[in-house]
Design a protein around this ligand. Sequence first.
Ligand code: DAH
Length: 351
Amino acid sequence: MSEQAQSIERSLSTLRATFRGRFEAASTEQSLRDENAKILGKKGELTAILKQMGGVPADARKAIGEVVNTLKQEVEAAFAERLATIARAARQAELDAPPFDLTLPARLPAQLGHAHPISRVRDEIVDVLVSLGFAVHDGPEVELEENNFTKLGFPPDHPATDMQDSFWTTGGMLLRTHTSNIQVRAMTTHAPPMAFIAPGVVYRRDDDATHSPMFHQIECFLVDRQVTLAHLRGVLAEFAERFFGAGTPVRLRPSYFPFVEPGAEVDVGCPFCKRPDGTRAGCSVCKRTGWIEILGCGLIHPTVFESCGIDPEQWTGFAFGMGVERVAIVKYGIPDIRLLFENDPRFLAQF
Ligand code: DAH
């Protein structure tokens, strides 16, 4: 046998002994294809052997040619088989992996939050009143009946004191039903004159589209000598002007609260149907009246002064109290108070 033929046979037997192992060692489709190219590709080992066939004497060529062809078929078959194995393994890994949840929200860049609309409106109201000279006075949410009702002139059988309307705890305490308790707390601890606001949470047994069992109020009161309704009206007009916008009209309608005399309810001109000339067309928000009620007010009743140890002959004062949710609803045209408490991000994002 010629030397050429012997060298070819050595190469062939090495290749036959190793190609399966080389394919087994490839763990990815790409590395398998690379390995296959090293054998069968244009510059592959078996291709190189085929090219040497020309130098083999004719008598040996046929036999060697058959060996080469057989080996080539074996390599091709082994490649195909290994390729299928790798594809099957990849598919199985996909099936074994935790499943995709197509309903998961996309990964978005971190989203910034912002103050809750109730906090925003509360802060805006506080800012306006502080700018008018009122100081913030805090107080507890679990309150004595005395401070919440009795000293404010509520008779013992007043419906507001009823089990149905208030959340009673123990020992004559209840969850305060309004922030007017701060009037009592301030007037029993401070000597007049004084001017305070009291933002805070209050509780009532109420739950429907316009009432929540927990809501927010801001109380505002001033005690000084010779305070009149004109002072009250002036502060309310200034508040409406700064909070709802220039030219917002205010009107007082006589009303009754045990702790003021005279007492009134206050309406502001509806911000939703205001015409350029300042008149109101009337709309669904203001129920076609052009006015929206926002708070209760009045001149502090002499009996409140007396029960707090302040001489009503010398001192006078005004007070008003508003619901923060109520004002927020008016300012933003929110149809249902409960939206403010559900904290649905789609709702909150609008503010
Ligand atoms: N406290 C009353 C309420 O919760 C609101 C109120 C009315 C407060 C008249 C006042 C006032 O200071 O003078 O409904």
